[in-house]
Design a protein around this ligand. Structure first.
Ligand code: NAD
Length: 365
């Protein structure tokens, strides 16, 4: 097949153990003087200490929750506007990074966060600099132009160049405190990014290469990162795999598995990674074709069935919910319908309509 693609990746990436200590130098290089940090509770005390030590950290919003709410964006935006910030630094999992991205994108506008969220107002032409510092190994949000934010029960993914970070600082040491279950959830999210970027209808050669390496690294390191969180080699390999996973879906976008993760998170409250993992082994089987067989051989597996089994074993190891009976009372008609109508479903290489999705979920009864 003739090669024909467009590839671009605008984020400057600093990767390595201890790299977060370079933040001051990076602020110098970018000429940033007034920065707001958005983070979750685990990092909030550190962020407060940073504010006391460096006058360029002017405010901290330390209350980002999982599946972050628009209220956190509103608060971060308020702080950015009040302190006349020139940058927002998201330190944390995807929830903190996505909150920082959204606040940076709207802080210089005159609208309300909800107006931008609902698409009633275009994003302002000018935005604040975004610095993304992942502390989980999962979302790859540090290299995507995506922000996923919830308003009440609605979880919305907005894909817009205004959310692209200028700099990503990926320091695996920051992920050493992630609890085991979150390590597994986020690691399988990274696996889902790599596989979905690879099998997305929009896949392309450079992204494919990164996807294959991400899958190889995750298969080789996720179990160790889960069982021995202090193992820095496994943490570093997972941080790298997560970055590669982000790069491998950034252009092709994700597909059916992520489409299904939205109803699973909204209606059954699964964390994002667990929601992606819920159907990941099913879609490995459904999407099995020659290309996926090739990926499996390149990562040292016999074929797609072995890949599906490995994913199922990882889920079992961490007791992730993986059957409908684990979700309580399930409205299967609604679940199949909501998955089928999600925009990302159209990227799946195998057409999945409501009946096909229902049949897939019935096998997970
Ligand atoms: P998260 O950010 O929700 O964090 C999970 C939990 O782990 C939180 O309680 C957090 O405070 C805690 N935590 C994070 N780092 C820690 C650390 N080092 N030590 C101890 N605790 C830590 O989880 P996530 O999976 O990284 O992000 C999920 C969110 O990202 C979802 O909303 C998902 O939809 C979104 N997402 C965004 C993109 C994107 O491209 N923007 C891609 C995939 C997922």
């Amino acid at each position: 097949m003739a090669l024909d693609f467009v590839y671009s990746q605008p984020v400057k990436i600093y990767f390595g153990e201890g790299t977060f200590a370079k933040l001051g130098e990076i602020l110098d290089e970018l000429g940033l003087q007034r920065c707001v940090i958005a983070c979750g509770r685990h990092f909030a005390p550190t962020a407060q200490a940073m504010m006391e030590q460096d006058a360029r950290i002017t405010a901290v919003f330390g209350g980002v929750e999982q599946n972050p709410q628009l209220s956190g964006v509103i608060e971060t935006t308020r702080l950015a506007r009040e302190t006349k910030a020139d940058a927002v630094i998201g330190v944390g999992g995807g929830s903190s990074i996505d909150t920082a991205k959204f606040a940076a994108a709207i802080a210089l506008g005159d609208g309300e966060a909800l107006e931008y969220y609902r698409g009633e107002k275009p994003f302002p032409a000018e935005r604040l600099t975004i610095i993304a510092v992942p502390t989980t190994a999962g979302t790859g949000s540090e290299v995507t132009q995506v922000s996923v934010v919830s308003h009440n029960t609605e979880k919305r993914t907005i894909n817009n160049p205004v959310f692209m970070p200028k700099v990503a600082i990926v320091d695996p040491v920051l992920s050493s405190t992630v609890p085991p279950r979150t390590t597994m959830n986020t690691g399988l999210d990274a696996m889902a990014h790599a596989l979905e970027g690879y099998w997305s209808k929009n896949h392309q050669p450079i992204s494919d290469l990164m996807a294959i390496e991400a899958v190889r690294l995750i298969l080789a390191n996720l179990e160790t990162a889960y069982t021995d969180g202090a193992n820095m080699e496994a943490r570093a390999n997972m941080a790298y795999a997560s970055l590669l996973g982000g790069l491998s879906f950034a252009l092709p976008k994700t597909a059916a598995c992520h489409a299904c993760s939205y109803p699973l998170s909204e209606d059954y409250h699964l964390p994002h990674g667990e929601a992606c993992a819920f159907t990941l082994d099913s879609f490995v089987r459904i999407n099995a074709d020659e290309r996926l067989e090739l990926l499996c051989r390149r990562v040292g597996l016999a074929g797609t069935e072995e890949l599906a089994q490995k994913i199922a074993e990882l889920k079992k190891l961490a007791s992730l919910r993986s059957r409908l009976s684990d979700l309580g009372e399930v409205d299967l008609d609604k679940l199949a319908h909501d998955c089928a109508v999600h925009g990302l479903m159209a990227n799946n290489p195998v057409k999945m309509d409501e009946a096909a999705l229902r049949a897939m979920f019935e096998k997970l009864a």
